[in-house]
Ligand binder design. Structure first.
Ligand SMILES: [Zn+2]
Length: 170
C-alpha cells in the first residue's frame, strides 16, 4: 500500500474523460487500495482515479470519514442509473485546495458498479453519500466543482492559486 500524490487544479489530467476498466488485474486492485489509503491520509471522504493521475473509471468513497473508516467503497466503472430530487450544498475537493463552492445535485441516486472481485452491485444512496458519489463520478468525466461556480468566483480562486504558487517559488 502506498500514498499517492494528489493532482491539483488546473492540471489537464483532471479534465480527461476516463476509460472503462476492462480487467480487474493486480494493478487495478493496488490502485483501489492505494486510493483508499490516500483518501484517508488526505482526510477526504471520496477520491477518483484521475486525482492520482490515473485516467480510469475507479473511485473510492467512505462517508464515515478518515477517523472511523467504517464504510469503505472501491467502485470500478461506477454509473448513475437513477436520480431523484434535488439538493444543494457546499462542497470541497482535494484537487482544489482552499476552494469551496455550492453545487446542485440529485438528492438520491442509484449507482451500479463492480467491486475489486468483479462482482456487480447496485447501491441506493442519499444525503452525503449521494452527493459524494455524484462528485466522484463527475471527476471520471473531467468535471470539477469549480465548473459549477460563477465566473467571478472561478477567477478569484485562480488568482489565489497564482499568489500561492509565487509564494512557493520564492
Ligand atoms: Zn473532488
Amino acid at each position: 500500500m502506498a500514498i499517492r500524490n494528489i493532482v491539483c487544479y488546473p492540471d489537464p489530467l483532471l479534465r480527461k474523460k476516463c476509460e472503462e476498466i476492462t480487467a480487474i488485474d493486480d494493478e487495478i486492485k493496488r490502485l483501489g487500495e492505494d486510493m483508499l489509503d490516500t483518501m484517508y491520509e488526505k482526510k477526504g471522504i471520496g477520491l477518483a482515479a484521475p486525482q492520482v493521475g490515473v485516467i480510469k473509471r475507479l473511485i473510492t468513497v467512505d462517508i464515515s470519514g478518515p477517523e472511523k473508516r467504517e464504510n469503505p467503497f472501491v467502485m470500478v466503472n461506477p454509473e448513475i442509473v437513477e436520480k431523484k430530487g434535488e439538493t444543494e450544498g457546499e462542497e470541497g475537493c482535494l484537487s482544489l485546495p482552499g476552494f469551496k463552492g455550492k453545487v446542485k445535485r440529485a438528492a438520491a441516486v442509484k449507482v451500479r458498479y463492480l467491486d475489486l472481485d468483479g462482482e456487480e452491485h447496485l447501491v441506493d444512496a442519499d444525503e452525503l453519500f449521494a452527493i459524494c458519489l455524484q462528485h466522484e463520478i463527475d471527476h471520471l468525466d473531467g468535471k470539477l466543482i469549480i465548473d459549477y461556480a460563477g465566473r467571478l468566483k472561478k477567477k478569484m480562486y485562480e488568482n489565489k492559486l497564482k499568489k500561492l504558487q509565487k509564494h512557493r517559488a520564492r
